[in-house]
Design a protein around this ligand. Structure first.
Ligand code: ADP
Ligand code: ASP
Ligand code: MG
Length: 408
């Protein structure tokens, strides 16, 4: 007998029919002799709708109250799904994050799981019950409800799988698995049979929301047997694992797009030691994460530095720079929130000098200008104008994966 953790996303539980469909999948695993814990997301656009409701009342609501509100979405799903399973004649119990022992830190709206007390879940499993757990939520040391950040139910599921020592963690979603790019916006994509944790972590961090990046981080750390599959098609999904048996022919596993990027450029800095240190320590002190950094060559004693931050941090970063204009010493600061980051990811690119070049060539052929470039062993990212983002992803994807564009 195996222990399986399954997770169902918002589209998969959006209405009564879909909840019944999910109930049938869960019961199928249970009837096959497994212990089953299923983590559910809020139905459809519930989380977005709740955020909108809060905005109508108070756009500056505290994060604590936001978490109190947003956690209700998942509670609706687990109770309704439990009712569907009861109606089909199987023993089931639904548990909130708190009841399931999900303890987090107090970082409201972006809480991190600290530990999971699994005794309640185990007791229910021992009673041969199917256990449904509300995703995305936990409880902090003050016994307040916290949430894990958008898309966080994936992380709830993987964390539970790790804590319970589950044999398998299945992330059921609205596409058949992980594809070479978002199959909803890019044509000619194909599904990957398997992908490494490292590549999936990069893809997820670079904008492929099919998995929450922290869920992949956790799966890697605890070596969780992870699979992404559709709750609709019944087709085999994508396995996410430490080592995959075959490498993609083209050295690249996927292309991702992230529109949550803003670029801050500081023009006319003195070309002398200590400037970068000043800028980035000011940002670090305010907890603003910086991604890509570019410094121009110094000329006539002057240089420029630009860097990217998440869109939500752009205003704060801008303000910090303005507030410290004298101390840093620059002529002016420019903020651009109309950009997007396009990335290629692949463990196979580390030993292949031509991969980045192929990406740049694809963008050149499409007449798309590159603003910034950043590379690592397994990825190349470029910044482009937001309006060109979709065309850029398609052009790069065609170049690597389309049989006419690819050199293999
Ligand atoms: P869920 O509600 O099930 O958590 P999400 O909307 O969070 O689902 O994630 C699934 C979506 O991720 C897909 O519908 C797809 O549009 C998007 N996506 C982005 N990049 C990829 C990719 N490389 N492979 C598969 N899906 C992707
Ligand atoms: N309901 C939450 C969200 O929409 C969590 C999740 O779906 O994973 O972000
Ligand atoms: Mg999701």
């Amino acid at each position: 007998m195996s222990l399986i953790v399954q997770k169902f996303g918002g589209t998969s539980v959006a209405d009564a029919d879909r909840l019944r469909n999910v109930a049938r999948i869960i019961i199928g695993a249970y009837r096959a002799g497994n212990s089953v814990v299923a983590v559910l997301s809020a139905q459809g656009d519930t989380t977005d709708d709740l955020i909108e409701k809060a905005r109508e009342i108070n756009p500056g609501a505290s994060k604590r109250e936001m978490d109190m509100l947003l956690s209700t979405g998942e509670q609706i799903s687990i109770s309704l799904c439990a009712m569907a399973i009861q109606a089909m004649g199987y023993p089931v119990i639904s548990l909130t994050g708190w009841q399931a022992g999900m303890h987090t830190n107090s970082d409201y709206s972006a809480a991190r799981i600290k530990r999971i007390r699994t005794d309640r879940i185990r007791r229910e499993l021992d009673k041969k019950k199917i256990v449904l757990v509300a995703g995305f939520q936990g409880i902090n040391r003050s016994e307040d409800i916290t949430t894990l950040g958008r898309g966080g139910s994936d992380t709830s599921a993987v964390a539970l799988a790790a804590a319970l020592g589950a044999d398998l963690c299945q992330i059921y979603t609205d596409v058949d698995g992980v594809f070479t790019a978002d199959p909803r916006t890019v044509t000619g994509t194909h599904q990957l049979e398997e992908i490494t944790f490292d590549e999936m972590l990069e893809l997820a961090s670079l904008g492929a929301q099919v998995l929450h990046n922290r869920s992949v981080e956790m799966a890697k750390r605890y070596n969780v047997n992870l699979e992404v599959l559709s709750s609709f098609s019944g087709k085999p999904g994508t396995k996410v694992k430490e080592v995959v048996s075959k490498m993609e022919k083209s050295h690249v596993s996927g292309v991702a797009k992230d529109k949550n990027v803003a670029r801050i450029a500081l023009i006319g800095l003195a070309d002398q030691p200590g400037i970068a240190f000043k800028i980035f320590s000011l940002l670090a002190k305010r907890g603003i994460n910086v991604d890509i950094i570019l410094q121009s060559i110094g000329r006539d004693g002057s240089k420029d530095i630009s860097f990217t931050v998440a869109k939500g941090d752009a205003e704060a970063a801008h303000q910090v720079m303005e507030d410290n204009k004298q101390a840093i010493g620059f002529q002016n600061v420019e903020v651009n929130t109309h950009i997007a980051k396009i990335s290629i990811v692949g463990a196979g690119m580390v030993n292949n000098a031509g991969v980045a070049c192929k990406m740049f060539e694809a963008l050149f052929s499409a007449g798309i200008n590159i603003n910034m470039i950043s590379t690592s062993e397994i990825k190349v990212s470029v910044l482009v104008d937001e309006r060109e983002a979709d065309r850029a992803v398609q052009a790069v994807h065609d170049r690597f994966f389309n049989e006419f564009g690819s050199e293999g």
